[in-house]
Design a protein around this ligand. Structure first.
Ligand code: BGC
Length: 521
């Protein structure tokens, strides 16, 4: 996932290699990894806005929803079990990604993917056939475990299998497949909600079994990556595999580099203590602050709860689900813009432009909801212009996120960590992201109940803080190979005091091998 985020390589080495069927099939399976993660993000909000689902599993929420609009609308979804249904997945993902990193390293990427696939299948089936709330939660936890494994192994697998020159593009490609997963979930929710008899939510939740099966079967058929074989001492097999994967005979240069990279990464004894060294202060700061800020944009309020939110602010179930499809489509389209522009306009420009756009939209949405619902949450009659303005500004907000913090929240960390700290720093980025994803999922509905429209102003405040942070502290990383990052920190007005001359270039991040760029775990 980006939630695993894979690491873009350094340097511009041109190893011989073709886009072989192996590589293409790998991309399909990897895309499923992103898709299923996105699907799980997007599916829960839709089903929780379906009356038949609420009546069955959350009757108290259902009763509140049925009361007329003269009661406080802000609090109708404020239920701890309902939030647990959404958020448990992220906690499980956090826990399992810690285990998954060892499994991925010791037993190979493939086995980790297989685990992920099986857990996904089990989670999707339990959810689809759920009879009690606990089955829903157990299902979500299994999906979360699956995400921990898949997000650890799939991006890594992809970046190790793909020819070197495609790795950067694939990083955002993975984010794109997440956004497509979210959209697919929203579209299916829209149609399944219409099924007579009110059991459409079973199809929505159970639908995750399709990409889950593709990942499971894919991991049975696909070979392990040469990097992983080398890491486990199987050098000859690795070379033969590399030839087949690249579709050329002469792979010696890439192979030698892989072996060198593997030796280098194994020689790193204390990645965690390394990270605490003074010269890595900028890296540690970014590893924590970038994922923290990404979640504090408030994006997942929309991704998880868009239909619930739209319902709260006065839309019918059908209109809410439709509006979620609209925001989901904008999310996909704007991610494409990012793929196009990230190397043209640079990261800082996108961060700052996206931040400004999100800020304006949050202020407008807060003002609209505040004007209509006031502090007591009683809207009365809602005019059509109101719905149009709210949905439009939420779409512009989503676009701002999707071409800035969405992909860059994963891309930028992957570009700045030298090998010596890569595994530790990347784990921190993933964990911080999951923790705050969990927290937002867990507290949003309660916060909406208490802070009302002011909630959007809380996120707006953080957008201001993060934009200032980027402006002051984040150097541009566009077009900078990882081995030259030392120079970037050294010439930065603030970070130069931590990264001194001669200190940063200890040879590790200079590694002979560009494949070090794929090392993570
Ligand atoms: C974030 C997710 C979010 C998604 C939305 C990702 O970059 O990490 O939390 O749901 O973007 O597209």
């Amino acid at each position: 996932m980006p939630a695993g985020g894979f690491v873009v390589g350094d340097g511009q080495k041109a190893y011989p290699g073709k886009l072989t069927p192996f590589v293409l099939f790998t991309c399909v399976v990897a895309a499923m990894g992103g898709l299923i993660f996105g699907y799980d993000i997007g599916i829960s909000g839709g089903v929780t806005s379906m009356p038949s689902f609420l009546r069955r599993f959350f009757p108290s929420v259902y009763r509140k929803q049925q009361e007329d609009a003269t009661t406080n609308q802000y609090c109708q979804y404020d239920s701890p079990t309902l939030t647990l249904f959404t958020s448990s997945l992220y906690l499980a993902a956090l826990v399992s990604s810690l285990v998954a990193s060892t499994v991925t390293r010791k037993f190979g990427r493939r086995l980790s993917m297989l685990f992920g696939g099986i857990l996904f299948c089990a989670g999707a089936l339990i959810n689809g056939f759920a009879k009690h709330v606990w089955m829903l939660i157990v299902g979500r936890i299994l999906l979360g475990f699956g995400i921990g494994f898949a997000n650890q192994s799939v991006p890594l697998y992809l970046s190790e299998m793909a020819p070197y020159k495609y790795r950067g593009a694939l990083n955002i490609g993975f984010q794109l497949s997440i956004t497509i997963g979210i959209l697919v979930a929203e579209v299916l929710n829209y149609f399944f909600a219409k099924i007579k008899g009110g059991w459409g939510w079973r199809l929505s939740l159970g639908g995750a079994v399709v990409p889950a099966l593709i990942i499971t079967l894919g991991s049975l058929v696909l070979p392990d990556t040469p990097n992983s074989m080398i890491e486990r001492g199987q050098h000859e097999e690795a070379k033969t595999k590399l030839r087949r994967i690249r579709g050329v005979d002469d792979v010696s240069q890439e192979f030698d580099d892989l072996v060198a990279a593997s030796k280098e990464s194994q020689s790193i004894e204390h990645p965690w203590t390394n990270l605490l060294r003074r010269k890595y202060r900028p890296h540690l700061t970014m590893a924590i602050m970038i994922p923290f800020f990404q979640q504090l944009t408030g994006i997942n309020v929309i991704m998880f709860y868009a239909p619930v939110l739209f319902n709260t602010i006065g839309f019918t179930t059908d209109a809410s689900l439709m509006s979620a499809v609209v925001t989901g489509s904008v999310n996909v389209a704007a991610t494409l813009v990012s793929i196009y522009g990230v190397d043209k306009w640079g990261r800082r420009f996108l961060f700052l432009e996206g931040g400004t756009q999100m800020l304006i939209c949050q202020a407008v949405v807060a003002a609209c909801i505040g004007a209509k619902f006031g502090v007591d949450g009683t809207p009365g009659e809602l005019p059509k212009w109101y719905a149009i303005v709210v949905v439009t500004f939420i779409c512009i907000y989503v676009a701002g996120f999707a071409w800035s913090w969405g992909p860059l929240g994963w891309l930028v960390p992957s570009e700045i960590f030298p090998l010596e700290i890569r595994s530790a720093a990347q784990s921190i980025t993933v964990s911080v992201n999951m923790i705050f994803t969990f927290i937002i999922a867990q507290i949003f509905l309660t916060m909406l109940c208490h802070l009302k429209f002011g909630l959007f102003l809380v996120f707006a405040f953080f957008v201001v803080v993060m934009s200032i942070f980027v402006y002051i502290f984040l150097p541009e990383t566009k077009g900078i190979p990882i081995e030259e990052m030392g120079q970037v920190w050294r010439s930065h007005w603030y970070w130069s005091r931590f990264v001194e001359d001669g200190e940063y270039g200890n040879g590790l991040e200079m590694g002979k091998s560009s494949n070090q760029g794929t090392k993570r775990v």
